[in-house]
Design a protein around this ligand. Structure first.
Ligand code: C2E
Ligand code: MG
Ligand code: MG
Length: 360
């Protein structure tokens, strides 16, 4: 038979597959096809996706633990290939699984051991070219593995339920530091913090955010929360209500990585959003393609008509910057201005800026 392990909320299926790998493949594909259709809950439609890892008995393992472990390894591969996919176990996946398990164990203690730090990437107003804020980006300094990239550990933290605690720390730290920047440099900067889907669903988010602002002595309009489209649509009603509460308290709400997912403006109107962050790949696609900025310009006009401010992510070249400025893009960040900076580097960066002219 096969043991299939579905990611996210873990669910284990054991299905007899008399015809071996061929029938396991059919079963996995049918599961995905069934899940791909929207579920109608009466009041709204819900979309789910799954990543399936398949381990065969006895070819891949002969014990229960072995089968689960290998199905797990295959599931991570399926996930990495872009979700909504399935994958058979292969022997070399054991290595990956070992590294993952090592990360997983270390991640449980990383917070209490103070292994996280925030880096800050400056954000620029594309009209005045003044620095008006920064994105807080988490870094994990593992004592043996060195620096682990957020894309390598955030998904694990999300899956293992550690993201609430880590996210709460990020929120507190980002607010605290921004309060200090405000007092130290007399410069009101808006700090933007990335939230995971799970944090948005958490009942205590609004109270926690208010507490973080309060403790930092930071006005709410100097905090922005970034969410991806997929986080927003996971549960549209909860998202809309939660964002409504946050926005009512004066916090800015941004959609991150726009142009990588569903990328439809129409349904975003359901949410009380302030800012659309265009992903680097989305911008570069448009610019490289036709060699002109008509589409970007039209897109930004449309966003403006919907009362959304537009931020370009990952600006690396002067050419891209020119096109974005001509297209009336509001703000931008990217290596052209600055890479994400450690706290001391960012303080130095702020100290060297010309005096603020008005601020936010
Ligand atoms: P993101 O929120 O879209 O952050 C932007 C990413 O693009 C950052 O990667 C940043 O270093 C990188 N970047 C900035 N400018 C440029 C550029 O000009 N060119 C290129 N090629 N890249 C640029 P980073 O720091 O590795 O973060 C990756 C992702 O991890 C973030 O994407 C975000 O989704 C997630 N993340 C980071 N910090 C947190 C956090 O505190 N909480 C949560 N939930 N997720 C986080
Ligand atoms: Mg972001
Ligand atoms: Mg982004």
């Amino acid at each position: 038979g096969i043991v299939a392990r579905l990611g996210g909320d873990e669910f284990v299926a054991v299905a007899p597959c008399p015809a071996g790998e061929a029938s396991a493949a059919t079963t996995a594909a049918r599961l995905l096809a069934t899940l791909a259709a929207p579920f109608d809950l009466g009041v709204q439609e819900v979309f789910v996706s799954a990543s399936i890892g398949v381990a065969m008995y006895p070819a891949h393992a002969t014990t229960r633990e072995g089968l689960f472990q290998n199905a797990d390894a295959a599931m991570y591969r399926a996930k990495a290939s872009g979700r909504n996919a399935w994958c058979f176990f292969e022997a070399e996946m054991s290595m990956e699984t070992r590294r993952r398990m090592q990360l997983e164990q270390a991640l449980h203690r990383a917070l209490e051991r103070g292994e996280f730090e925030l880096h800050y990437q400056p954000r620029v107003d594309l009209r005045s070219m003044a620095v008006i804020g920064m994105e807080a980006l988490i870094r994990w300094n593992h004592p043996q593995l060195g620096r682990v990239a957020p894309l390598d550990f955030i998904p694990i933290a999300e899956e293992k339920g550690l993201i609430d605690a880590i996210g709460a720390w990020v929120l507190q730290e980002a607010c605290l530091q921004n309060g200090r920047f405000l007092r130290q440099f007399g410069r009101p900067l808006r700090v933007s913090v990335n939230l995971s889907a799970r944090q948005l669903r958490c009942d205590s988010l609004v109270a926690r955010t208010a507490a973080a602002l309060e403790a930092a002595g930071l006005p709410p309009n100097l905090l922005e929360l970034e969410l991806t489209e997929s986080a927003l649509i996971e549960d549209m009603d909860v998202s809309a209500r939660r964002l409504g509460e946050l926005k009512a308290s004066g916090i800015r709400i941004a959609v991150d990585d726009f142009g990588t997912g569903y990328s439809a403006l129409a349904y975003l109107q359901r949410f009380p959003l302030d800012i659309l962050k265009l992903d680097r790949s989305f911008i570069n696609q448009q610019i490289d393609g036709a060699g002109n900025a008509n589409f970007i310009k039209a897109f930004i006009d449309l966003a403006h008509a919907l009362n959304l401010s537009v931020v370009a992510e990952g600006i690396e070249t002067a050419n891209t910057l020119d096109i974005l400025r001509m297209s009336q893009c509001d703000e931008g960040q990217g290596y052209l201005f600055s890479r994400p900076l450690s706290l001391p580097e960012f303080q130095l960066f702020l100290a060297r800026l010309p005096a603020p002219a008005g601020g936010i």
